[in-house]
Design a protein around this ligand. Sequence first.
Ligand SMILES: Nc1ncnc2c1ncn2[C@@H]1O[C@H](COP(=O)(O)OP(=O)(O)OP(=O)(O)O)[C@@H](O)[C@H]1O
Length: 366
Amino acid sequence: MAEITLKGLAHSYEKTPTRVADYAIRQMDHVWHQGGAYALLGPSGCGKSTLLNIISGLLEPSEGEVLFDGQRVNELPPEERNIAQVFQFPVIYDTMTVFDNLAFPLRNMNTPEHRVKPKVLEVADILDLTPLLKRKAKNLTADEKQKVSMGRGLVRDDVTAILFDEPLTVIDPQLKWKLRRKLKEIHERFNITMIYVTHDQLEASTFADKIAVMYEGQVVQFGTPRELFERPTHTFVGYFIGSPGMNFMAVEYQGDQVMFGSQPLPVSASLKRAIASANASNIKLGIRPEFITISPHQTTENIPIEVASLQDLGTHSLLTFRLNGQPFKARLPEGHPPVGETAFAHFDNAHVALYIDEYRVEAGHE
Ligand SMILES: Nc1ncnc2c1ncn2[C@@H]1O[C@H](COP(=O)(O)OP(=O)(O)OP(=O)(O)O)[C@@H](O)[C@H]1O
């Protein structure tokens, strides 16, 4: 069993880091609970692999602690951490058979041969590798090889967590969903903590119960896929999650109005109060494309927009428009009437979120 705690963790690849930007991982505290199916999601370079390598012990953090069930493991080498890591590219021995590859971690720990065979057969069965057991690994396809890599993590009874670093990168798109489902099955069957690194939100939300979104070396939100969509706590999460992401407007309070450039916005009274009393210059409003409605008629609740393009996506259309010179996206339901040159946008106030210095602030709705 392992609950993995990261305490005051930070890492810099520089010998003498001086600026925040010198850190691949910026000061963070985080807990991965025992048995969870987690994803670590973020863009290239945000620090995902660095964080995984710190957890598995391939990399020693420059600051802070890694605790397994409350015990500091910073000094423990990877082989003593009971953690398996599956990389982008399969790590297997090409000249060995699939059986011997799967048996390798057990034999390496001097497990008696009568216990090796049943375990290998069990894991091969779960991963649909039984018909391939006698084949040399070099003759396998990329997805079969990656399944063998995963199997090598699963055969060990002492493994309490498996870390997957973009494991489906080399897999054909049509096989990806199959392997993802397999991983989910394995998670349900074994009581293992799984952390799955990806930059693909679909992969993250189909695999994980909870997703940690990383941005510039920090976990900016840890939540269910639904929470990330409905209540992004950081502007980056709003922008990164969703297809397309959230629209943002930099606003200011001027003469009893909330202004987006020269455009007054008809926001709720509570939002107006929150903006009026915010002691900050970086104030943004966020709204998802799903909560913007478009009308050909002006009311007191909507604002004039400049229509740029309309894209038919089958189940819905995506309208691109400009407001105050900035592009916005609105998702229009199937069967929406055509949008003419004169159009007005209504932002559903219940779904307009306030961000101060990039973090969400609750303003209430009235
Ligand atoms: N060995 C290294 N030496 C120096 N800098 C490194 C090293 N490995 C990573 N970095 C830097 O640390 C930062 C985080 O990189 P990391 O590989 O952890 O990100 P990532 O989110 O996994 O990206 P990707 O998805 O592209 O692998 C990046 O700025 C990267 O250039």
